[in-house]
Design a protein around this ligand. Structure first.
Ligand code: PMV
Length: 327
């Protein structure tokens, strides 16, 4: 009845920004990501007949807003497992939460796996990914190791909207350097940001078309293990996502001065012949894709930039894992 699972964050190389169904959390397009070997959420779930309500602790403390979201997710799990047991959920991240480091991705991936294990549901990889999607769209991809593609699906009930493996972590020699420019929480969450973009940005329809084309190119670049094509496409796709965000009213500007400084520095490094490309999610952090042989040099340069507090050096990683189960 108790299980602990760990899952890591993933970085989208072709982004998800827009929903075809809000209630079921179905994405408007597919997306492609790389699951990392760092930025881990660790979650323990205990279903317990002695509880008369769900209990949620984040880093040992009560976190009511997050707790409500977790409880909503537990309702889905209870429906699937046909139980009415309440649960105690304890989770911790080894990185700042809610600042564009996809903490919801690793968090809901770890929670989905821990629930499956604790209740002995034996869900398939597709089912687990679709379940994690209900918590957070990007979490569906953190259930898969290495390079993953989220399928948007066509079914109205979302049963075909889950992530699948494109290639194992060792397939492409690359590193992801996460430049942390602030540890403050983000201003507009992804659900509200997507809604605003869908309703007000005149660039939303072209963004969806461009993303569908980028998916085909990225799939081929990953198959060919071609870091240069992967990097160029990822950077371009990220900038297009920020363009559609900037077109919203009121506009969604997730960058800080330090974000732009890192973007410029990465472009300057490329001018010097280094293989480095950036990507940015709904927050101020910049993730730099680079070749492992140049990662140390690039990391030192990033650390030297004003406004960069820390750099987390990650590589493509295996999917989530169950750490412990107890009766
Ligand atoms: O999974 P969500 O709802 O936090 O949305 C993720 C959105 C982006 O991180 C900006 C893009 C992506 O595909 O991960």
């Amino acid at each position: 009845m108790q299980a602990t699972a760990a899952a890591t964050s993933n970085i989208a190389l072709v982004k998800y920004w827009g929903k075809r169904d809000v209630a079921l959390n179905l994405p408007a397009t597919g997306s492609i990501s790389v699951t990392l070997d760092r930025l881990t959420s660790r979650t323990t779930v205990r279903f317990d007949a002695a509880l008369d309500g769900d209990v949620f602790r984040f880093d040992g403390e009560a976190a009511p807003a997050m707790g409500r979201r977790v409880s909503g997710f537990l309702d889905l799990v209870r429906g699937l497992a046909d139980t009415d047991l309440c649960a105690r959920v304890e989770t911790s991240n080894d990185f700042p939460t809610g600042a564009g480091l996809a903490s919801s991705a690793s968090g809901f991936a770890a929670l989905a796996l821990a629930c499956d294990e604790a209740l002995g549901m034996n869900l398939s990889s597709d089912q687990l990914s679709a379940l994690a999607r209900r918590g957070s769209g990007s979490a569906a991809r953190s259930l898969i190791g290495g390079f993953a593609e989220m399928r948007p699906g066509v079914a109205a009930d979302g049963r075909d909207a889950y992530a699948v493996e494109l290639a194992p972590p060792t397939h492409v020699a690359m590193q992801v350097l996460v430049a942390i420019t602030t540890t403050a929480g983000k201003s507009v969450g992804s659900t509200e940001g997507m809604r605003r973009t869908e309703e007000t940005s005149p660039f939303y329809a072209p963004w969806l078309d461009a993303t569908r084309a980028d998916l085909d190119c990225m799939r081929a670049a990953i198959t060919d293990a071609d870091l240069e094509r992967i990097g160029e496409l990822a950077e371009s796709n990220a900038l297009r996502m920020h363009a559609v965000m900037l077109g919203a009213r009121p506009p969604l500007l997730y960058w800080t001065a330090a974000t732009v400084r890192v973007m410029r520095a990465v472009q300057a490094m490329r001018g010097e012949g280094l293989a480095a490309w950036f990507t940015i999610d709904a927050g101020p952090q910049v993730k730099v894709l680079c070749a492992p042989s140049e990662a140390e040099d690039i990391e030192a340069r990033l650390r030297g930039l004003e406004g960069v507090h820390d750099v987390v050096a990650a590589a493509p990683g295996e999917g989530p894992r169950v750490l412990e189960t107890r009766p």
